[in-house]
Design a binder for this molecule. Sequence first.
Ligand code: CA
Length: 240
Amino acid sequence: MLKLEAAGRTDVGQVRTTNEDAFGYCVDDGIFALCDGMGGAVAGEVASRIAVDTLIERLCAARSLENRHKVLEEAIATANQRVHSRAELDCTLRGMGTTLVALAIGGDHALIGHVGDSRCYLFRDGKLIRMTLDHSLVDEQVRLGQLTQDEADHSPLRNVITRAIGTQVSVAADIAELDLKGGDILLLCSDGLTRELSDDRIAALLAQGGNVDELCGRLIDAAKVAGGHDNVTAILVRAV
Ligand code: CA
């Protein structure tokens, strides 16, 4: 039976004055969620907080249910409805939205749900494997062969996401499944990390070893040293 160790950190970065990222987790229930909000004034912060809190509440309440895939889909749908209806009620929050990436782990099985460009990675046997495809304009163009990854990374349109929580009445989440092995590390992160650090750099930092809290701090610090242009958030989960 695998046990989980986890750590999470968020940082406003070196440029912004507010932090629109949010995260939450419940290690004992194997539930982890990270959101990167968007919208004017405080709207981004409100959207990401509502979405994280809804995910944690719904998934922890539903732990005994059989069909975890469906439970995760419904939790994401509820998060979408709550952000969307809050934005409808309050004109200062209109148009707000958030990315979402969530993990639900039971035994040695993990479900990964996401909407937007926050990512999940698996670090296994010294290799970093990206588990999510960004719902972003440039990533979709890369998949269609219209842009190279390098062009995408430097495109002025790289912030444009094609799916978000809360901006529409309903949303389609991508859900992936993974069988975990002892020693695996899962990383959830906002684009403030992946814009500053290449996948190779993230892998090299994780390969240095240490406990999950030290590793998490190392990732955040490296993103800030690299520029810290955006809010940066990471959750690390190690199966032991
Ligand atoms: Ca961001």
